[in-house]
Design a protein around this ligand. Structure first.
Ligand code: UN1
Length: 496
């Protein structure tokens, strides 16, 4: 299924054949490759090589570093269709979303190229005569990137493009479930390197490995920044371990994203917004809509309309004309079923959620997305299940809806559908949503790259992608220069 595609993308057969770690496509569950997992020693060797590359790269002028990323963006434009298709095969995304993910990579390349001519510092007024102060930003070193199966290429690109223009080197450990898209990204990046011609060897490296490989990145003193995307459970381990050696982390962990649907909302818009956010990517985005907090006066109408929309959703092979592809694997299916059992126990009424297409794909895990009407925001609702389950909870007044939005351990994305400006502004105010993303009349998922991406509480606090997220990939330096013939001390101290 993948040989032709991988060949076009420049991945040699030896990289994905004959190894001991099987790779399956969620489309039909078949094995499509056998990769070799790298040893912890090999990972340490790559980190050392990346460190050497960083020592040279940090002195290359940033706009020149941007040129490498510009070339990478060109290569990605050229191979968008092929890489998008590989994302569909390996992660089960529908064609539109596979292509969308590659577009997100192209967009962040453009952003990073612009940034490479900025990386602005500050000048600061000095209290001393004949002095100036400034703040400058310098490269950090090797950035370790740990990414998840659900955005197998874009999240790496967010990190790597920024890290590179900021003067760093990168070592990437993708999910063991999606090594092929990672090999393809590496091959495409190498094309950009070849066109660029003068980058130091080992500037951006890929590690195909399991937990042990990830641990090397987490613990290695030559990795000042670890950017990790995945479960809250993973982040709980990574965060303290990196902190113990005074490294830094960008953590992008679980989300449990809600929509507040108010009586004044444009319901046509809201139903479309719910559909994309709740069932897109088969509910496997960290920004997926998981909780619908709807005003009691419109709840029955909204639930009926959403159920009708769910009824029309085409489920099946993500490369065909469908809207919902498979879950990643049996484990994901099982977690979904367990959550639905718990939801029933907690008083929920379940619509959908059954396995689909079992005859056609006995080894794949397709489901109809589920809607679960809950009497309250009980334990199962507060937990992130990485599957298409939308819990619906009625609220009576706006303050209660805001409280429900915030009363979960996670804090990634949130949204409100309303035409009432007071509600919209309150939702985005200091005492409104406590999430990193708070949208008005837009669903919780599908953020543009221009904004900072990330969230609070158990989501981990990190920010990636746009705005000034680049600052996390650099070290800040305060510089004070005395251009006078005196040596005045700060705070007026006299020392003679
Ligand atoms: C993720 O699910 O890990 O906002 C990232 C979005 C995408 C990124 C999701 N741009 O849904």
């Amino acid at each position: 299924m993948v040989d032709e595609l991988l060949k076009k993308l420049g991945v040699s057969a030896s990289a994905y054949q004959g190894g001991d770690h099987p790779v399956h496509t969620p489309i039909d569950g078949s094995r499509i490759a056998q990769v070799t997992l790298e040893s912890p020693e090999a990972v340490a060797g790559k980190i050392e090589a990346a460190h050497q590359a960083y020592l040279a790269w940090r002195d290359v002028p940033a706009p020149r570093r941007g040129e490498l990323v510009r070339l990478f963006g060109e290569v990605l434009r050229q191979y968008k269709a092929e890489l998008g298709e590989l994302v569909s095969i390996e992660a089960g995304k529908i064609t539109q979303e596979g292509l969308g993910e590659v577009q997100e990579m192209i967009d962040i390349c453009d952003f990073a190229v612009g940034l490479s001519r900025q990386l602005y510092g500050l000048t600061i007024a000095s209290e001393r005569p004949g002095h100036h102060m400034r703040e400058s930003w310098h490269p950090l070193g090797v950035v370790g990137v740990i990414s998840a199966f659900n955005f197998p290429v874009a999240v790496w690109a967010w990190n790597t493009t920024l890290a590179l223009v900021c003067g760093n080197a990168v070592v990437w450990k993708p999910s063991e479930k999606t090594p092929l898209t990672a090999l393809a990204c590496q091959a495409l990046f190498e094309q950009a390197l070849a066109r660029f011609g003068e980058a130091p060897e080992g500037l951006s490296q890929l590690v195909i490995g399991d937990r042990a490989a990830g641990e090397v990145l987490v613990d290695h003193p030559r990795v000042p920044l670890v950017s990790a995307t995945g479960s809250t459970r993973m982040g709980r381990e990574v965060g303290p371990r990196v902190a113990a050696r005074f490294g830094r982390c960008i953590l992008e962990l679980g989300g449990n994203n809600a929509m507040i649907l108010t009586p004044s909302a444009d319901l046509d818009l809201a139903v479309r917004g719910i559909l994309f956010a709740a069932v897109g990517t088969a509910g496997q985005r960290c920004t997926t809509l998981r909780r619908l907090l709807v005003h009691r006066s419109i709840k029955d109408e909204v639930v009926a309309r959403v159920k009708a929309a769910y009824g029309k959703v085409r489920i099946g092979d993500p490369r065909k004309d469908n809207l919902v592809g498979p879950l990643m694997d049996k484990q994901a299916f099982q977690a979904m079923q367990d959550a639905l059992v718990r939801a029933r126990d907690e008083g929920g009424q379940v619509f959908g959620g059954e396995r689909q297409l079992q005859d056609q794909f006995p080894d794949a895990w397709y489901v109809s997305p589920a809607i679960v009407e809950m009497p309250a925001q009980s334990a199962v609702v507060r937990h992130e299940t990485f599957a298409p389950i939308l819990y619906v909870i009625a609220y009576d007044d706006f303050e209660e809806a805001l409280a429900l939005n915030n009363e979960v351990p996670q804090g990634l994305s949130s949204c409100i559908f309303t035409t009432d400006i007071r509600e919209a502004e309150r939702f985005q105010s200091a005492s409104g949503s406590d999430c990193g993303i708070a949208n008005v009349n837009i669903g919780t998922s599908g953020a543009e790259i221009g904004g900072a991406f990330g969230g609070e509480k158990e989501t981990g606090g990190g920010r990636e992608s746009g705005s000034d997220s680049w600052k996390a990939y650099m070290r800040r330096q305060t510089n004070t220069v005395n251009y006078s013939r005196e040596l005045p001390l700060a705070q007026g101290i006299v020392f003679d």
